[in-house]
Design a protein around this ligand. Structure first.
Ligand code: HEM
Length: 126
């Protein structure tokens, strides 16, 4: 059974690093999300998301060693995240998943996970 705990086993860590790279290539020039990210640390942002996904999907815990407990809601508190930002994040991630060729069944599990976290990050009614 495919679940968030065996995605690294099924896809390999490299696929998740490719996914983060594809995602940030889009974010960088995105009119809604681009300006929210630190313009001088795109490589760092790419690595933080990749490390987090690898850990959350059953792989290495390097994220924790580098960043400590994720506390994602707290870490997103400085950014205004409403429905528009949430939906755009999910759109760009969906495109990235297709670009790197996440298979259908793994994709369903991942998309559900992303939708749940993205909604949890919302801190603005707009
Ligand atoms: C960091 C925006 C959703 C995971 C960040 C950063 C921004 C941001 C601006 C700072 C960039 C950096 O320096 O790392 C957003 C917006 C979202 C969203 C607008 C819309 C809902 C998500 C989701 C996840 C996620 C759904 C996970 C599935 C992360 C991680 C970091 C991060 C792991 C780095 C945390 C750290 O260690 O500092 N996000 N994010 N974000 N985001 Fe999001």
């Amino acid at each position: 059974e495919i679940n968030v705990d065996n995605l690294v086993e099924r896809l390999g860590e490299e696929k998740l690093r490719e996914l983060s790279a594809a995602f940030y290539r889009r974010v960088k020039t995105d009119p809604i999300l681009g300006k929210m990210y630190p313009d001088d640390d795109w490589d760092g942002a790419e690595e933080r998301l990749a490390d987090f996904l690898v850990m959350r999907f059953g792989g290495s815990t390097a994220y924790m060693e580098k960043r400590g407990h994720p506390r994602l809601r707290m870490r997103h508190a400085p950014f205004v995240i409403g429905a528009v930002e949430r939906d755009q994040w999910l759109t760009l991630m969906g495109e990235s998943m297709r670009e790197v060729g996440i298979p259908q069944q793994e994709g369903v599990v991942m998309a559900q996970f992303f939708a749940q976290i993205a909604d949890f990050m919302r801190n603005s009614p707009h």
